[in-house]
Ligand binder design. Structure first.
Ligand SMILES: NC(=O)c1ccc[n+]([C@@H]2O[C@H](COP(=O)([O-])OP(=O)(O)OC[C@H]3O[C@@H](n4cnc5c(N)ncnc54)[C@H](OP(=O)(O)O)[C@@H]3O)[C@@H](O)[C@H]2O)c1
Length: 298
């Protein structure tokens, strides 16, 4: 099966290309600077020329705080880009797996968010991603919108890598302890997406629509940081001795973040037999890989 991965240099895109090749998919990859998802003509031409059976869109403007002052760019990448991709897929008669986010929710729900909960984003990033979902749904029936949360991986910038750096530089760190979520390893998410791709390829009865996928179990950023240091200290000598829990109010950011980012993943298990792993297990795997290959991963 030939698959086009858009956003191939991102955390998720990188794992999709690696995992896709391992599964024997013929992967075509697109990203900046050669390919710009905000250019409708370029998108139409590139998707058509790729000559694939499935498109996966992992490209996004993910700078949550910067998006507050770069609204036009966030909407161009996160709303207009997916619209161009989805309309190209419609013209070519091919399905699309599009990645979205927990930030489409405001975080005020008690308990995990399900796919049918109303979308109520707090900031520009969440609003632009919610608008992208609407475009995909509007243009294309054969779509999977996969919402994830708290993504980290080997490649690219993420919370785990920031903590690993700070843990070598500082004895005490103050980390937010009143936002709840589910850390998600990009390699696990890529595997879940590729498992769906396999099922599409096999021509089974696909229930198109919106699904949630994130690591199993819930923590706070403070809990996540503690586990990172706990596991990383098995590989490397860290300076950090103390993680001080702080509130969101004590760490002001330009974009407001959901207090509760927990996603209910039971639907993807029911329809695709995909079961997320415990987030701590995945983090241990990522750190093992990271310390084996650290010098090679940008
Ligand atoms: N990161 C998270 O914590 C998180 C949480 C929930 C959901 N998600 C969603 O998961 C998906 C993957 O996220 P990620 O963390 O892998 O993102 P990422 O690392 O920021 O990767 C996104 C990729 O898209 C590219 N891109 C940006 N603008 C583009 C444009 N105009 N044309 C083509 N490509 C463009 C980026 O290139 P540059 O780097 O050069 O800009 C980057 O390679 C996204 O849909 C995101 O919204 C992420």
């Amino acid at each position: 099966m030939k698959v086009l991965v858009i956003g191939s240099n991102g955390q998720l895109g990188w794992e999709l290309c690696r995992g896709g090749q391992e599964r024997g998919f013929d992967i075509a990859a697109l990203d900046l600077p050669e390919f710009d998802i905000t250019d409708s003509t370029e998108v139409k031409k590139a998707v058509s020329q790729a000559n694939v059976s499935l498109v996966i869109n992992a490209a996004a403007y993910t700078a949550v705080d910067k998006a507050e002052s770069k609204s036009a760019l966030a909407f161009a990448v996160n709303r207009d880009g997916p619209a161009y991709v989805a309309s190209s897929c419609t013209e070519l008669g091919i399905p699309l797996i599009h990645i979205s986010t927990d930030y489409v929710f405001d975080g005020n729900k008690k308990g995990a968010y399900s796919e049918i909960d109303p979308v109520t984003p707090l900031g520009v990033y969440g609003k632009s991603k919610a608008a992208g979902e609407m475009e995909v749904k509007g243009y294309l029936h054969e779509h999977i919108i996969l919402r994830t949360a708290w993504l980290y991986g080997m490649h690219g910038h993420n919370f785990v890598k920031i903590m690993l750096r700070l843990g070598r530089e500082k004895e005490t760190l103050r980390v937010v302890d009143d936002q709840y979520g589910c850390p998600t390893y990009a390699a696990d998410l890529a595997e879940a997406i590729l498992a769906i791709a396999d099922q599409i390829n096999e021509g089974g009865n696909i229930l198109w629509g919106t699904y949630h996928y994130c690591g199993q179990g819930v923590t706070t950023w403070r809990g996540f940081a503690e586990k990172i240091f706990n596991l990383a200290s098995e590989h490397y000598s860290l300076m950090v001795k103390k993680v001080v829990p702080i509130t969101t109010a004590e760490y002001p950011t330009p974009a407001k973040r959901p207090i509760n980012s927990v996603l209910d993943c039971s639907l993807i298990t029911k329809h695709f037999d995909i079961r997320p792993r415990l987030w701590q297990e995945s983090l241990a795997d990522m750190l093992n890989r990271y310390y084996q290959h650290e010098s090679h991963i940008p």
